[in-house]
Design a protein around this ligand. Sequence first.
Ligand SMILES: *[C@@H]1O[C@H](CO)[C@@H](O)[C@H](O)[C@H]1NC(C)=O
Ligand SMILES: *[C@@H]1O[C@H](CO)[C@@H](O)[C@H](O)[C@H]1NC(C)=O
Length: 455
Amino acid sequence: MVTNRIRRFYSYLLLLLHICFLFILNPASSSTEDTAAAISRFREFLQINTSQPSPDYAKATNFLLSQAKSLSLESQTLEFVKSKPLVLLKWPGSNPQLPSILLNSHTDVVPSETNKWSYHPFSAHLDSHGKIFARGSQDMKCVGMQYLEAIRRLKASGFQPVRTVYLSFVPDEEIGGHDGAKKFAESDVFKNMNVGIVLDEGLASPTESYRAFYAERCPWWLVIKARGAPGHGAKLYDNSAMENLFKSIESVRRFRASQFDLVKAGLKAEGEVVSVNMAFLKAGTPSPNGFVMNLQPSEAEAGFDIRVPPTAEAESLERRITEEWAPASRNMTFELGQFKHRVSMLSKFGKPILTATDSSNPWWSLLEEAVRKANGKLGKPEIFPASTDARYFRELGLPAIGFSPMANTPLLLHDHNEFLHQDEYLKGIDIYESIIKSYASYVQHTRDEVLRDEL
Ligand SMILES: *[C@@H]1O[C@H](CO)[C@@H](O)[C@H](O)[C@H]1NC(C)=O
Ligand SMILES: *[C@@H]1O[C@H](CO)[C@@H](O)[C@H](O)[C@H]1NC(C)=O
């Protein structure tokens, strides 16, 4: 009897404890609501078709302005080029003398082949595992919304920034950023913002460590052209255009393999080598049903997409082009994208365009610490293998860090079925909350800032 009563007493006690735990582990149901609201705002932004070449800028702008209003942020819409709006938001700091923080993201996305997706790329479908499928879920609407959600939380907690925090939503990164970030960086508006540090996009990481980027490779678009005497298809002779071009292609191929071997051997990261890929081959004399076969043409051309890390010696690569890939002695000429696409390798101060990732750059140390505080892991800083808008800010000599907090996520930017798991998205908000808090409360002048003030 007694033992039975004790047993019953214990089971009641257990039940009671269980109920208490449920309450403790599932705190304020408002936080569950907040989370659901954050996910739904993210999905709403993803559902706007901002696909190049004709993004729905009006809808994206209205959405962002309504977000700004709900957060009481100052806002303005800038059009450096008509109908290509850049939305600029401002959270004023208590000390406007201190250089500000710029959180940049782009609203446009690359096109999708809808029929190759499991869900429509602008449905922002949330599957039963928690994955959100949408074009832009990784590149980079996630980041733009995470900035806003982090600010929402900081504001709710009563946090006051010392430095002013700006958010720019730029319109055309996916097609080069010439009408958005580039013109913005060159503008008086930008000058007056007195920016001290820029955060921009990075890449998803399949491991548990986030990736951060301190520089990026510079695109050189090279076209080489060979000329030679034309001749009968049956004749063996020296220095035909095709033969001359092939000598170059062999040389390019050897160089490409030597660079790729460094990556394969683990000696260099992808962003640290010069990549060269043939983009086109143009030769032959057209005939109604193909090409004339019994003729060796007098001209032949090939185009290459070359990506050069800022740490590479540009002069030695140029010498390689003029001496080995397109030597005049072999009757070859070349165009380096008519120099239009050869973006400058040096900042306006004549230094390689990269952001320091050591103790000389307090923004780097603050970022590392803020990520750690939010229980995130950061991998070794890398050079971004392709181009982003961050280059326009680095060219001004400003520090810019490429960072998209997505760990445990396959790299699917520009791919079919691009997705981000909602838990990773939410974790990213924690990370930005920590970073923005740390950046906006940093009161010491950085060394560069002191130098700038003294100039
Ligand atoms: C997005 O909008 C563009 C331009 O209006 C359209 O061509 C494209 O098909 C749309 N994309 C999708 C996936 O709906
Ligand atoms: C270059 O062109 C000239 C004139 O057509 C020709 O005489 C010479 O053999 C060519 N040289 C080579 C290496 O192709």
